[in-house]
Design a protein. Structure first.
Length: 311
């Protein structure tokens, strides 16, 4: 009797498994029509999903809106602070403009040494034998180019116009071996207190003062320009920037020349000399512009003549 029940249970289990597999196979058919129980269950589930979806979406959207509102508030506070800074800068700029106009009125006819009109040009020729000496550009007398005008790139001063024709010009580079020009230059003071602190304590005051000199020649071994005629008492620091002073009547002021890399005594200790590493790349020159300076002052007191500076 127990054996019969065991066999009966086994048969029922096998039949149930077969029926279940048959139902699974029947339900996965894609082209079959749903039975009414399946349709009822599917419709019921869909109704509940529709009912629960709207509240869930509303709650989710509420928290998203709260988060967006918080981010908007933070951004608004940041923009307000920036706006306050901008308003202060605008007020300072207006004040500087007024001061500038007053100073210009007081100075009268003295011109702005930094102003010039750029004549944009392209390099069209270069002699391989004198690669670091001369280049040819596609602008000449017809474009307003004249001898001794400064020639500049975005990186800084590269040289001066040596000679011109009607439509082209020859530019002598600062790295030319036969360069005998004298260009008035100005050493910019250290910009930040941190830079001043890095200099020696006895030089702290002097490194903030204006220092001028003359660019005279080029050292091929060091790849640097020679800045001479600097007073022995002037205190210089490696890393200071050097720009044109604009005192010769031809070169505009404020054009970047380079950075001091070495300082040494000159002329028996009466003066000192600095080696200035040019910021411009003399090897790779493609686009340049000629700096046509605005009219100089009619009464330039204490400035170098053209012959003394760039001739």
């Amino acid at each position: 009797m127990p054996q019969f029940f065991l066999n009966k249970r086994l048969i029922l289990l096998l039949v149930s498994v077969i029926v279940l597999v048959a139902l699974i196979g029947f339900s996965i058919k894609g082209d079959r029509k749903l039975a009414w129980p399946e349709q009822f269950i599917q419709d019921t589930v869909s109704v509940f999903q529709s009912i629960l979806h709207k509240p869930a979406s509303y709650v989710s959207g509420f928290f998203e809106n709260v988060n967006d509102l918080k981010n908007t508030y933070e951004e608004n506070e940041l923009l307000k602070s920036r706006l306050d800074e901008y308003m202060q800068l605008q007020a300072d700029l207006q004040e500087y403009k007024l001061d500038n106009e007053k100073l210009r009125t007081e100075l009268g006819k003295i011109s702005n040494l930094r102003k010039y009109d750029p004549i944009f040009s392209a390099v069209i020729g270069r002699n391989p034998d004198r690669w670091y000496d001369y280049i040819s550009i596609d602008k000449g007398e017809q474009d307003g180019v004249e001898p001794n005008m400064a020639v500049v790139t975005a990186q800084g001063l590269i040289g001066k116009v040596k000679s011109t024709s009607q439509f082209t010009s020859t530019v002598q580079l600062l790295s030319a071996t036969d360069l005998k020009n004298r260009i008035s230059a100005e050493v910019q003071p250290l910009e930040t207190d941190e830079e001043v602190k890095e200099a020696e304590k006895e030089e702290k005051k002097a490194t903030k003062e204006k220092v001028t000199g003359l660019i005279e020649g080029y050292d091929e071994e060091k790849g640097a320009l020679l800045l001479r005629r600097i007073e022995s008492k002037a205190k210089l620091s490696v890393g200071q920037k050097v720009i044109t002073a604009g005192l010769g009547g031809v070169f505009p002021g404020g054009i970047m020349i380079g950075e001091i890399i070495e300082i040494e005594p000159d002329s028996y200790g009466l003066e000192q000399m600095a080696y200035v590493k040019p910021t411009a790349n003399f090897y790779d020159l493609d686009r340049v512009w000629v700096a046509k300076r605005e009219a100089a002052s009619e009464d330039p007191v204490g400035v170098l003549t053209k012959e003394e500076e760039e001739s």
